[in-house]
Design a protein. Structure first.
Length: 356
């Protein structure tokens, strides 16, 4: 089994466990990781063999830059980590394949749905909270007032942005609660007036009922519409859209929805489906979480920041994807759900790393 070189774009501190999944793989294989980021201060050094500062993905020189790096490092696989880059990656894939470089990205047709919150929400609305998309302040006011009169909470997302940066709950009191300021993952409130100003500034927003419950994710590895393996976990504490305290638990309802979507959209590669387990805001018994009804929120068609949790639970979805791309997977490698360590808990801590 030969050595591999894997390039990760947008490689930052959030990619640390992805790097570990590759370099500490079950086969004992040597994997050299090439870290690429446009921000030198965010570029990850931990566990990476090479580090490069990239131009913005909107720059005409970005693809020539990638080609140059791939040639210099003999890259075998590119793992795009930034949602905004995925559609570009689906296009530059054909430029890099003649060089022997495989790009881990779904088809443009699949991305057209998964990367578009409005299309995704409309296509799978039977599983999701009802949503309304608008760039009109008057319409937004009517929607917000309607929910308020029904004593229902409303949340909003910026159409076209990832959930980690575009999500807020509309709450006129908590929006100005200074005790929540500068608290990671907590101050996610906005007043209705500030929401209207955001729309006036030219932003299109998605408004939907806010469902109380526990964050839940299903990470999958798919092969053109067939799930090879999948792992689910509850998130009790979140920071910047990533789980920092959670537990491995299989929710059958969420697993079935994920299977259906993967099949319908012919999803290929890594993807992460986000849900809410209804009925509760903090940790509950395993049996409740396994059988709780769920609401579908969105899907990120890429590796996600908490995928290292799946690895520790027994399924290395990152490394398996690399083996899949290299044509090395065997049937025994993907007996879905067979190796999951149910009930495993996770708490993230922060430590300093020093380098020149």
């Amino acid at each position: 089994m030969r050595d591999l070189t894997v390039l990760i774009t947008g490689c930052s501190k959030h990619s640390k466990e992805i790097v570990d999944c590759l370099t500490q793989n079950e086969d004992g294989r040597k994997v050299n990781v090439v870290a690429v980021n446009m921000d030198a201060n965010k570029l990850l050094h931990h566990g990476t063999a090479h580090q490069y500062i990239a131009p913005p993905i909107t720059d005409a020189g970005y693809i020539p830059f990638l080609k140059k790096v791939c040639k210099e490092t003999n890259t075998d696989i590119i793992l795009p980590y930034i949602t905004a880059e995925l559609e570009l990656a689906a296009r530059y894939k054909t430029d890099l394949e003649p060089m022997g470089v495989k790009v881990s990205v779904a088809s443009p047709e699949t991305l057209d749905i998964l990367n578009n919150k409005e299309k995704f929400g409309e296509m799978f609305r039977r599983y999701a909270p009802r949503q309304y998309a608008t760039d009109d302040v008057h319409t937004a006011k009517i929607i917000c007032e309607t929910y308020k009169n029904k004593k229902m909470k409303v949340c909003c997302k910026i159409s076209g942005k990832c959930g980690g940066t575009g999500f807020c709950i509309i709450d006129n009191e908590k929006a100005y609660d200074i005790s929540l300021f500068n608290r990671c993952g907590v101050n996610r409130y906005i007043s209705d007036q500030d929401l209207y100003k955001i729309i006036e500034n030219g932003n299109r927003v998605i408004l939907q009922e806010y469902v109380e419950g526990i964050d839940y994710s299903v990470c999958v590895l798919a092969d053109h519409g067939r799930i090879l393996d999948m792992v689910g976990y509850a998130g009790f504490d979140m920071e910047f859209g990533a789980v920092v305290n959670g537990q491995i638990v299989t929710n059958r309802n969420a697993f079935e929805i994920a299977r259906k979507i993967v099949e319908d959209l012919k999803v290929d590669g890594n993807a992460c489906f986000d849900f809410i387990l209804e009925g509760g805001k903090s940790r509950t018994e395993m049996s409740h979480m396994q059988n709780a009804p769920v609401k579908l929120l969105e899907c990120n068609p890429r590796i996600n920041a908490s995928i290292g949790f799946c690895w520790k639970a027994g399924v290395n979805l990152v490394y398996l994807r690399c083996k899949q791309l290299m044509g090395e997977l065997k049937e025994k490698d993907f007996i879905a759900g067979s190796n999951i360590k149910e009930g495993l808990r996770m708490q993230k801590y922060y430590e300093s790393e020093y380098f020149f």
